[in-house]
Every structure is written in structure tokens, then in C-alpha cells.
Design a protein around this ligand. Structure first.
Ligand code: MLT
Ligand code: MN
Length: 295
């Protein structure tokens, strides 16, 4: 598994942001390297890959990862599937960058497909390659069938752009479980978690490696920079810090844990911050662009 983008929507620096992290990243501060918007890619080790979410930075993400380059002299990409865990713009705008060839498949829930296709004519370019699966229904992540995947619901909210048009449902915000069939080892990817319920903890606990929502450290991080902005929970992201925060739940789990989908306001982006130190003490990592993890 390789991290193509570890930041949340907007990336680091974000174009309209003058917050301290964006300022430092823009100035080339080596402690805060630029980060792409959220996407990961997974391979069974046979040179073929599937993407989890299609970020607006996909063009650069393809360019900078040789594993996803076309075979010389062809237009054949070693790409099997593009799996969508929600319909947020930072997870789907990259689909429009992949419109020149449709020899891959998109996999999502019916809710996510319908939100995209029924309300945005431009996404209908991809209608023929959408595959819908139910929550908990196993599907093959790779063409060879070495990796089995399934969606589980994570408490969340409908994307801002479609909130007025479609009612939220458990199928709107998903986590993805990927199991290597030969070894039974599991990776879980869950970039949007509004609350941790028992079912979610059980799912996370059973994974050998998990990448989870690390959007905000504090609830009011965004409104400090942009007065009137919603808090983290209202945006569908439980903050990391505090007694009720996600770190208190995750520090206990066996295996390896990484925060991902990190907003440009989050102090953990600076490895020397107090907040980053707390994570290290709890044994929880911070995903970086280019990080590779083997199951
Ligand atoms: C999120 O992760 O909460 C969304 O990408 C934010 C948004 O809707 O802009
Ligand atoms: Mn997002």
C-alpha cells in the first residue's frame, strides 16, 4: 500500500490559506513538506494497483509514482479498480482526470454512485464503469483476486455539495477493509469518522494496519482561521485530541495505526509540535505522501 496523498481536501499548502502550516509549507520549510490531497493505492505485489479515492491531485500523483505509469509504447495502465469511500470532492474530482480511458472499474455504494451521477451530468462520462456493492459484500480489489475488499459504514455526513439534495444514509461514508486472501492479513482505510461506535472499534481492532481520519486535532481548528466555519464534528470528523478524541481510542489498539486525511490546519503536520509528540508516545503514526506499508 502506498500513500499518494496524505492531506485532506485543499492539500498543504491550500491555495487560499494563510494559516501557519500553509505559510511554512509555501516557504519551503523542510519540517512541513507539501502534501497532496487524499488517495492511496494498493497492490497484491504483482505490479498492478487499485486506487482508493480519486483526488483532485491525481495527475501529479500518477506522474510521481512509477508503479502507475503506462507500459512504454502503449496506453495500458496497470490499474484495476478505483474504489470510492464517499462522494466528497476531494475523493472524486480525480475521476474527471481519468476520463480519456475507461478500462478500469469504479466501485462504490449505490448511494455514492447515485449522488454523483444523478446530480452531476459530467460524472455520467463514467456511468458505464461504475460497479455498486452492498455494505459488507466482498469484492475483488485486484484482477487476480488476491485481495478481497469490503465496505463497512463509518458514522459520517453527506458531502456538503449534495446535502440539500439527498438524505444522508449509512452508505454515504464508508471504511474499506482489504484482506490478503493467502495470509488473512487486513488493512483498513477509514478517512472519515464522525464518532467511534462499538462496531467500528471491533472493525479497527481486527486490522493489522489501519489508516484513519486524522483531519483535525481540535474541534474549533477551522473557525480559528475562518470565523463562522463549522467545527470538526459538524464536518464529519472526530478530532484527535482530548479525552473524547480519537487518539484515546486508537492508542490502545494492536498492530499499526496511522492518521491520514490531515487538514492543513492540523498541528500534527509539524513533527516537532506538542501534538505530534503525543501521537508518538501513543504509538500512532502520521501518514506522509510516498509512505509505503506492507501487510
Ligand atoms: C471532508 O472531508 O469533510 C470534506 O472533504 C470537506 C468538504 O466537504 O469540503
Ligand atoms: Mn475530505
Amino acid at each position: 500500500m502506498r500513500v499518494l496523498g496524505s492531506a485532506a481536501g485543499g492539500g498543504l499548502p491550500q491555495w487560499n490559506c494563510g494559516g501557519p502550516n500553509s505559510l511554512r509549507a509555501r516557504a519551503g520549510d523542510l519540517e512541513l513538506p507539501a502534501r497532496n490531497q487524499p488517495s492511496i493505492t494498493i497492490s497484491a505485489g504483482d505490479g498492478r494497483w487499485s486506487l482508493i479515492n480519486a483526488s483532485p491531485d491525481l495527475r501529479q500523483q500518477f506522474a510521481s509514482f512509477a508503479g502507475l505509469h503506462p507500459k512504454p509504447g502503449t496506453r495500458a495502465l496497470p490499474l484495476d479498480k478505483v474504489v470510492l469511500t464517499n462522494a466528497d470532492l476531494d475523493h472524486v474530482l480525480g475521476l474527471l482526470i481519468m476520463r480519456e480511458a475507461l478500462d478500469y472499474r469504479i466501485v462504490s455504494s449505490a448511494w455514492i454512485r447515485d449522488a454523483l451521477l444523478q446530480h452531476n451530468a459530467v460524472f455520467r462520462l463514467m456511468a458505464s464503469i461504475f460497479n455498486v456493492v452492498q455494505l459488507g459484500e466482498p469484492f475483488e480489489l485486484d484482477a487476480a483476486g488476491r485481495l478481497e475488499a469490503q465496505f463497512f459504514p463509518t458514522p459520517g455526513k453527506a458531502p456538503t455539495w449534495v446535502q440539500a439534495l439527498v438524505a444522508n444514509a449509512p452508505e454515504s461514508t464508508l471504511g474499506l477493509r482489504v484482506t490478503e486472501r493467502a495470509s488473512g492479513r487486513r488493512l483498513v482505510y477509514a478517512p472519515g469518522i464522525q464518532t467511534y461506535d462499538d462496531a467500528l472499534i471491533t472493525e479497527l481492532e481486527a486490522a493489522d494496519v489501519r489508516f484513519v481520519d486524522g483531519t483535525f486535532f481540535q474541534d474549533d481548528e477551522l473557525s480559528k482561521l475562518r470565523p463562522g466555519a463549522p467545527d470538526a464534528r459538524a464536518m464529519g470528523h472526530l478530532p484527535i485530541g482530548g479525552e473524547a478524541g480519537s487518539l484515546a481510542r486508537l492508542g490502545e489498539l494492536p498492530g499499526r495505526t496511522f492518521y491520514i486525511h490531515i487538514n492543513n490546519t492540523n498541528p500534527i503536520l509539524d513533527a516537532r509540535s506538542e501534538e505530534a509528540t503525543l501521537l508518538r508516545r501513543a504509538g500512532v503514526g502520521v501518514a506522509q505522501d510516498g509512505l509505503e506499508v506492507e501487510l
